[in-house]
Structure formats: structure tokens, C-alpha cells
Design a protein around this ligand. Sequence first.
Ligand code: PDD
Length: 281
Amino acid sequence: RIAYVNGRYVPHRDASVHVEDRGYQFADGVYEVCEVRAGRLIDARLHLDRLDRSLRELRIAPAMSRAALLTVLRETVRRNRVRDGLVYMQVTRGAARRDHAFPAAQTAPALVVTARAADPAQGARLAESGIAVITVPDTRWARVDIKSVSLLPNVLAKQQAKEAGAREAWFVDAAGNVTEGASTNAWIVTSAGALVTRPADSGILRGITRTVLMAVAASEGLRVEERAFSRAEALEAREAFISSASGIVLPVVRIDGQAVGDGKVGPVARRLRTRFHDFAE
Ligand code: PDD
């Protein structure tokens, strides 16, 4: 395997950054994960738009132009011979003597890109069986709209899910409403057949998959309600599912050990998953 690290393609086992990289010391950086399908980057434009936004919000300079970054992403995918999988990119504020405030303006941001294959059959299996989620209190900071590498609450939530035999953890805010998953957006289907997902301007990351699914839903004649939903409402829902670049749509059949709907994968999640790539770029 090959990784791109600050201007060079290097063997994955030797791919390292400086000990004073601010990503390492302060989680002072942002990232994106983009699906690779049949050798193509899915929704790259939307992911790079979001990367630009995350960088702007944190006042980190872009590591390179968008065109150059696209070239690096494609080259990393090519060198790793990834047909189906994921490409990961991370930009940090760079390496400088440790000091919380920003380093000198000439400090170059650090860019790392990796790519790895993922077996599409594994996703298909999960989509057939459905997954279990647990709920955990949302203890994250208020700027989860920024895709920062500061992911400790997400790490702890995911580990707790794993130890409970679940695939994902849903964060629940102080009002009892589900915000999103540790690395996915959360959705339910009401008994009336409407899709419900939390508004992207209130305590979640605006998922690219989520955005594209809005268009899929519209073309399927499904009503989407962008509003908060509670854990209790999710337990009463007909269906539930999660969305992300890595899993696209995965049906949720259990929440905290309780069956959702009839406890089986529902038709709406199945349909959205099937149609997703007709709407992705
Ligand atoms: N996770 N919410 C959170 C907290 C996420 O980390 C992600 C993405 C999403 C879904 O966003 P998108 O549809 O753009 O992937 C929602 C990536 C896949 C990850 O951390 O691996």
C-alpha cells in the first residue's frame, strides 16, 4: 500500500508525520472520506466543498488547489489499485513548536491521503441483515458541523457500541433527541411513510450521503421531514437507517436491543440504498 504524505507517495508502513504536527498534538485538522466505486470518486465535488468549508471555519489554509488535490486523490486510488473502497484525506494546521495559538503564517498545512479497498459484498450483507445501534449521550462540542479529526466522543461511542454487539452508536442530546451516529447520519421512517432526519444546522454534520438521499427520496415521491426525532419516536418508527460515504444506507433493525418495526429490513431503506448511485456524481 501507498500513502500520500506532504508531497510524496511513500510506502504505507513508512507513512508518518512530524511529532509536532498539530493534528497529532491538538486534533487541529479536518478530514473527508469519499467512496470509490468502479475506480471513480463518488460525490468528490461535494466532499471537497465540505472540506473547504471545514478549513475556512478553522482558518486553516488549503494545502493545495482543488484540481491538484483531486489529482492526488485519484493517483492515491490508482497506486493502491482500489476499485471499490474509500479514500481518506486529512489536512492539519501543520507542524510547529507546540503552542495552542496558531503557528506563524508561513507554517504549511499538512496533507495526508490514503486509500483502501472495501469488499462491496460486506456492505451488501449488512444491508440484508440490518444492524443494531445503541444510544449514548451526545457529549460532543458545539461545532460538529465541522468535520474535524477531534473525534474522541465518537471513538468512545463506537467502542461502546462494539462491546454491546452493535455497529453504530446514536448520540442523544439533552432533550432526548437523536442527533446522529458516531460516523453516520440517522434517519427514521414514520408509520405515515415519511422520512425524518435532523436539520443539518442543528448539532450534526451535513452528510454528503444525506444530501444526495434527499434527492433520491424526492424522486421516489417520499416526503422528507427535516426535524429532530427522539429515541422514543425511533423505537416506534416503521424503519430506521443510517447514511454515510462508507456504508451508503444501512438499515437499523435494533435500537438498544429493541426491535424497530417488525425487526426486519424495511422497503424504504432498501429502495434508497438501491437508487443512491443513480443520484450520486
Ligand atoms: N463519517 N456524521 C458524522 C459524525 C460523520 O463522521 C459522518 C461521516 C457522517 C456522514 O457523512 P457523509 O455522508 O458525508 O459520509 C455523519 C465518515 C464516513 C467517517 O468518519 O469515516
